[in-house]
Write a protein that binds this ligand. Structure first.
Ligand SMILES: [Zn+2]
Length: 855
């Protein structure tokens, strides 16, 4: 008993050892590869205090475009063209944009007003409209589309304008430039694109936002409004909605006004289908708004309806007193752009309704914003704190800052450690602040206010104190604590774990969520080996996950394999060449139909034996090539890695085969051309020497066709990469077969066997008449079509009558033409003989064509 137990244990252990998943070739290679091959670590934010408005640059916007476009990479590619641009060559989002809005760009009175020929992307198209080079203008328009899905218009037609012509507004011609936003206005749109999320960014019915020409009021009855929101998908804005407070680009009516109009759209989407068309007219909102309706008879005896403010009700602005619809738009807009004012100006229930329903429970008061900024950076802060803890535990660590004092912490900490931690903490707070002012819409202005700045500093200090203290306490309880932290931190930017997680999910049904799950599982396994307290384990787990987001790992992994494949291109090339040569060496014919789609030549020709050979050989050859790749003697073992490599190697393999094909094709044409240059009439002589290939005498086109077919045989070259017609067709038409019926040998041949040939010629008249009859049928079909059930029955009689009535005419045309044919003349075939032959087969031919075409 005991003995067998022991064996059982040994077996189990063996099992545990072999369970280890096969190692990836790419991991080995990456460690060997020169540093420049490694993926770039993301650069940390600069520590200069740059506000969002200071980084409103092409570089920033380009980076945003790249990030946003990645969201669309999984969509189906778009086909078609926009002017000179082939949409399939663009990122999918740009192609979608041009497909949806390509006809609403620029001067609609004159499509040639702007020269887009040098553009190959959407920002460039907008920049041309603005008369700019690579400038922020074009990027803002495109980013607006990427984030909101609608068009920030740059054209000269206002939706719903009175004139049917573009460029006309308020009854006059308007210069194109007056329709364009200026740079400051575009900055505001960009800033708003950072402030707003769903539902403002996911409006399904809004299609475009249009500027009313600078200096103009709205047409007609709306002249007093600054902006309008239409339920059929438009927002229009005049100068009055686009104003700034003199001293700041980050402040002004523009932010509230645009959010107000977008909020009308939200209101209308939620109210779609209801009687009033607005969500805000439902009783629950009316109650929240603090408004109530009164109906009374005025001094002139007319009944009136009006909205009143309830006693003690809080209303966010005077305009919000107008009615529930305006109250809604005002409340939702002020809530976002002036959080402190909304907190004061809205009733508690109303305030939390707006927060819950339209802002994912967020708030935008200064304290709420500050808390969210810390929250958003908590991952990065944790990592910095951990690094600091590890560094400050090294012997000799010290510092000069007095950010913390010993008394700040509840645990006893040596003063040099406090000084070191202080240095790091003060650096963290400086970096955090730099990040907040640069990346958040409100950061700069909030910190400009002394009181707010003080609250921020103490908030950050408190957060850092708590974070540091927790680690210091752990360190006091466990002397190995920092050592183990260090071990994991050293690996935090090592992508191996993430890469393994990605590869194990490669091409899984839901790659992204599979990756998240795998990464969590694998990282946790690794962390549990460190036996840290649960809270640190979770913190480090989060940190590793944050450092390796799915899209980045996916892109970096693919890039890594691409680089690896590039480095092994010579091997792929020689393998492709071997495959090509082995298929070249078989004996070739074009009898089998071409099968396979692995290797194709597009519009080109490849003899089917060669084509089929390659299609059978290529998958095997690609697989063998991949199996032959090695790093330090190791080869591919993992199936996901093999798939990824196949995805990279196969196109390279095809490209090389295609190059070989193109070269061989060109060489073949050259050989054939040389051959023809030495022909000296030889082919024509051979064709005339034996005329048994002539099957038909009456149809000159058929004679030429037969002559060419015979010509290919006479020339006697087997073409692998070109159709005989492409290479020899012209030569035969122009030279060897040219006017062959008028050659002396041809005439002599006709004379020598007149009787026999006359019989064959007579027989071939049927085929010729069939052609004439079919053309006649087509004529009648034009006049009396049979394209649907109704006209098929309706015109049937007329169609057949047309055909029968015109038949004699067709016959006589055919006879005249035949008699003018020199071959027929030489054979002395008479009109009478032709007529009697046609009479003999007439009704059979007619019936055949009628049932074939006219029923
Ligand atoms: Zn309004």
């Amino acid at each position: 008993m005991k003995r067998s137990n022991l064996i059982w244990v040994a077996l189990l252990m063996l099992g545990a050892c072999t369970k280890k998943s096969p190692e990836f070739l790419i991991t080995k290679w990456e460690k060997k590869a020169p540093a420049s091959e490694h993926f770039l670590l993301r650069k940390l934010a600069s520590s200069q205090n740059q506000c969002m408005r200071d980084v409103f640059t092409v570089e920033t916007l380009k980076g945003e475009v790249r990030e946003l476009e990645r969201r669309f990479t999984r969509e189906r590619p778009v086909s078609g063209r926009w002017r000179h641009i082939d949409l399939s060559t663009l990122p999918i989002a740009q192609a979608n944009f041009l497909k949806s809005f390509g006809r609403e760009l620029g001067d609609l009175t004159n499509p040639e007003a702007f020269d887009f020929t040098s553009c190959s992307d959407v920002p460039c198209v907008f920049n041309k409209i603005y008369g700019k080079g690579d400038d922020v203008h074009g990027y803002v328009h495109y980013i607006w589309y990427l984030k909101f899905g609608n068009l920030l218009a740059a054209d000269n037609k206002v939706p719903e304008q009175r004139s049917t012509s573009a460029g006309q507004y308020n009854g006059k011609a308007i210069p194109f430039a007056n329709y364009l936003f200026d740079e400051k206005e575009l900055y505001a749109f960009w800033r708003l694109s950072h402030m707003l999320k769903t539902p403002h960014t996911t409006l399904r019915y809004l299609t475009q936002i249009q500027r009313i020409p600078r200096g103009e009021l709205f047409e007609g009855a709306n002249a007093g409004a600054c902006g309008l929101a239409y339920s059929n998908g438009f927002i229009t804005l005049t100068d009055a909605c686009l104003t700034f407070d003199g001293y700041s680009q980050d402040k002004g009516w523009i932010y509230q006004a645009i959010t107000h109009e977008l909020s009308h759209q939200v209101d209308m989407e939620e109210g779609r289908g209801s009687a009033s068309g607005f969500r805000s007219n439902r009783q629950d909102y009316v109650s929240l708004s603090g408004l109530y309706i009164t109906e009374y008879v005025d001094s002139e005896g007319k009944p009136q309806r009006g909205w009143q403010v309830g006693a003690g009700a809080k209303i966010v602005s005077d305009y919000a007193k107008t009615n529930p619809v305006e109250n809604f738009a005002e409340s939702v807009a002020v809530f976002r752009v002036e959080g402190n004012r909304a907190k004061r100006g809205l009733g508690d229930e109303h305030y939390s309704f707006v927060s819950r329903s339209y802002y994912q429970n967020r708030e935008f008061t200064s304290p709420a914003l500050m808390a969210s900024w810390i929250q958003e950076s908590s991952g990065e802060i944790s990592q910095s704190v951990l690094n600091a803890i590890v560094e400050c535990a090294q012997p000799g660590a010290n510092g000069r800052s007095q950010y913390f004092r010993r008394g700040d912490f509840a645990v006893m900490v040596p003063s040099n450690v406090v000084a070191c931690i202080s240095d790091r903490a003060s650096q963290i707070s400086v970096e955090l602040r730099a990040k907040v002012v640069m990346r958040t819409a409100e950061g700069c202005d909030t910190f400009a206010i002394g009181g707010e700045r003080d609250s921020w500093n103490s908030l950050v200090k408190e957060h850092l104190k708590t974070a540091f203290e927790r680690h210091l306490q752990q360190g006091q309880q466990d002397s190995q604590y920092t050592k183990r932290l260090q071990e994991f931190l050293g690996d935090i930017n090592d992508p191996t774990l993430a890469r393994t997680a990605y590869l194990s999910c490669y091409q899984a049904a839901n790659e992204s969520s599979c990756y998240s799950e795998e990464l969590r599982k694998r990282t946790l396994e690794r962390l549990q080996a460190l036996s840290l307290p649960e809270i640190e384990t979770q913190e480090l787990l989060q940190m590793y996950i944050t450092a390796h987001p799915y899209q980045t790992v996916r892109d970096d992994t693919v890039k890594l394999y691409q680089t690896f494949v590039q480095q092994n291109l010579e091997r792929i090339r020689s393998s492709a060449r071997e495959t090509w040569n082995s298929c070249l060496s078989i004996s070739h014919s074009d009898t089998a139909p071409p099968t396979g789609r692995v290797f194709t030549v597009g519009d080109g020709y490849l003899i089917s034996s060669f084509f089929n050979c390659l299609n059978v050989a290529v998958p095997e050859a690609v697989a063998n090539t991949i199996r032959s790749l090695s790093v330090d003697g190791s080869r591919v073992e993992n199936s996901a890695e093999e798939k990824l490599l196949t995805a990279e190697v196969r196109p390279q393999f095809m490209r090389i085969l295609r190059e070989l094909y193109d070269a061989a094709k060109a060489a073949e044409i050259q050989t054939a051309t040389q051959h023809l240059q030495q022909d000296q009439g030889e082919t024509r002589r051979k064709l005339l020497a034996d005329l048994s290939w002539v099957k038909n005498f009456v149809d000159a086109r058929q004679i030429l066709t037969d002559c060419k077919v015979q010509g290919y045989k006479v020339i006697g070259m087997t073409l692998l990469y070109n159709l005989p017609a492409t290479v020899f067709g012209g030569f035969l038409e122009r030279e060897a077969c040219h006017n062959i019926t008028s050659a002396d040998q041809f005439g002599a041949w006709l004379d020598s066997s007149q009787v026999q040939l006359r019989e064959r010629a007579t027989a071939s008249l049927d085929g010729l008449m069939l052609d004439y009859g079919r053309r006649l049928a087509d004529e009648c079909l034009q006049e009396f079509p049979n394209t649907n059930v109704i006209n098929r029955l309706l015109y049937r009689r007329s169609r057949e009558a047309c055909f029968m009535n015109r038949w004699p005419n067709a016959e006589s045309r055919m006879i005249t033409e035949t008699l003018s044919n020199p071959v027929i003349q030489r054979l002395n075939l008479s009109r009478g003989a032709i007529q009697s032959r046609l009479a003999q087969n007439r009704s059979a031919l007619q019936q055949r064509i009628i049932s074939e075409k006219l029923r």
